[in-house]
Design a protein around this ligand. Structure first.
Ligand SMILES: Cc1ncc(COP(=O)(O)O)c(C=O)c1O
Length: 489
């Protein structure tokens, strides 16, 4: 018979050595967060560092110590900057130190959250139940943690489509639909919704984007007209998507009115709460998202305003059976046993696209316990107040122009200086933003509102202080004036 079999493993040869490296990594990581304010918000990765990333496949080991040194030198210093107190780009959370510990611990126990009977399921179920309480949907709703709101919205629309199509779309496919389905949203809806509808096989044309009012909110009269016209033309209205916080300006649709409309018209009501669903935890501001609790489905993000380290989103679907029916598929190798490791009536893989899933629930579970939701609510209130303050600082400067009402925690404005054509102002502000980023002091992002290029600050930041907002306005004025001087030189 054969000789000795190989006995290799990936466990460290010297646990003491790895233990000391891991302790150092934790210390370096905590220093990194504690010293966030001392670094530039952003700086480009130098060419000589970027060149290191073209090294060939490492067949031979370099060891944990060298690999860690590579991380320290080549990766750690050149980050996006969203841990910094003056990062206000797009809509990103800062993360937290203990949340990072949660990610570490999740990787240590490393369960596969697709299915099976283990305690991780209890953790994720509890986190999903907490999310149901946040958005106000019943305890017996379906729910799942996902990578983020793009995936949460995709899952919700897939369930809506299956529940309202009137045929078995899973079996027959979209080509068998007797009438084309239509999904309604405002022009301010996030682009992920279009991607979802395209990937569900309905084509971009199935997303009917309707105008907004002066507050950037869904125009309900336009919605009623569109639904009527589509029915008359032989199309089948399927779902209405309300935004609890739009990406451009942070405006919140009138969710109560949308819920009334959907109930009257027997349409699925979905709320994209990526930005604002969690405002419901704030006693001071929860009225802004009233009506969300009447939705058929809600997408929310935990890696945005709750600062869970990326990635963490959640989808809640009121009709648990419809949710299950959209995704459940149990071949013999995934059958659920009555007892033992493979038991459990509900596996998370029955509620979404992924089979293998990470233990992202743990960092959420730990973080909610660490701080309590009241603290998160106060931080949301703090950011909303900071955005209002920023709006006031902008209004107080004749060279600046506020471009939209400050919605939730988002302020859009531009540098007007001594004025100019729309084209000149757009070009000036585009260049101004790049200079701000390259300056490394502040990092807002941008958008276009009615053709006007704007600087856009989404204050999703538990580290921002009032003085940072004053510094921001100073930087914009200084950079804008320098640009104008260059142009006139
Ligand atoms: C309103 C809205 N919906 C959906 C998304 C997509 O979320 P994610 O990036 O977590 O996939 C975003 C992202 O900023 C958003 O602002």
């Amino acid at each position: 018979m054969g000789g000795e079999l190989p006995q290799e493993t990936l466990d460290p040869e010297d646990w003491t050595q790895l233990r000391s490296l891991a302790h150092r990594a934790i210390d370096d990581g905590l220093d990194y967060l504690q010293q966030a304010r001392q670094r530039p918000v952003w700086q480009p990765t130098p060419a000589e560092v970027a060149a290191q990333f073209h090294a060939p496949l490492p067949r031979a080991p370099q060891g944990a110590e060298r690999a860690y040194q590579d991380f320290r030198e080549q990766v750690m210093p050149w980050q996006m900057g969203n841990t910094h107190p003056r990062f206000w780009g797009w809509f990103m959370g800062n993360g937290t130190a203990f949340g990072a510990v949660g990610d570490f611990l999740a990787a240590i126990v490393n369960p596969n959250m697709g299915g099976g009977n283990h305690v991780g399921n209890l953790v994720e179920n509890q986190v999903v139940d907490w999310c149901k309480q946040i958005v106000g949907l019943p305890r017996d709703s379906g729910g799942l943690l996902v990578s983020g709101a793009s995936m949460a919205n995709f899952v919700a629309l897939a369930v809506a489509r299956g529940a309202r199509a009137g045929i078995d779309v899973r079996a027959a496919g979209v080509a068998a639909l007797p009438r084309p389905l239509v999904f309604y949203a405002s022009t301010e809806v996030h682009s992920c919704m279009q991607k979802a509808i395209e990937l569900l096989g309905h084509g971009t044309q199935a997303l009917c984007k309707l105008p907004v009012d002066a507050q950037y909110r869904f125009d309900l009269a336009a919605l009623a007209r569109a639904v009527g016209a589509d029915r008359a033309a032989g199309r089948q209205p399927c779902a209405v998507i309300g935004s609890a916080g739009t990406i451009n300006t942070g405006s919140v649709d009138d969710l109560d009115a949308l819920a009334d409309f959907c109930a009257r018209e027997r349409l699925w009501f979905h709320v994209d709460g990526a930005i604002g669903a969690v405002v419901a935890i704030s006693p001071q501001h929860r009225h802004l998202v009233r009506g969300m609790e009447r939705a058929d489905s809600v997408a929310l993000d935990l890696h945005k305003w709750l600062h869970i380290p990326f990635e963490a989103g959640c989808v809640i679907v009121r009709d648990r059976k419809a949710h299950h029916a959209t995704f459940s598929l149990t071949p013999e190798y995934l059958a659920h046993a009555p007892r033992g490791l493979a038991s459990g009536a509900d596996w998370f893989s029955d509620y979404g696209l992924q089979l293998s899933r990470g233990f992202r629930a743990l960092k959420v579970w730990l973080s909610f316990k660490e701080h309590g939701l009241d603290k998160y609510a106060r931080l949301i209130d703090q950011n909303i107040a900071q955005a209002q303050r920023l709006g006031e600082l902008v209004r107080a400067q004749p060279e600046l122009e506020l471009m939209a009402p400050v919605g939730l925690n988002i302020a859009c404005f531009r540098y007007r200086g001594r004025g100019g054509t729309q084209q000149q102002l757009n070009a000036r502000n585009e260049e101004l933003l790049i200079r701000l980023h390259e300056g490394g002091v502040v990092a807002p992002s941008y958008t276009r509102l009615d053709g006007s290029y704007c600087l856009r600050a989404a204050i999703v930041n538990h580290r921002t202080r009032s003085a940072d907002l004053e510094l921001f306005v100073e930087q914009v004025l200084k950079t804008g004036r320098a640009l104008e001087a260059d142009a006139h030189a």
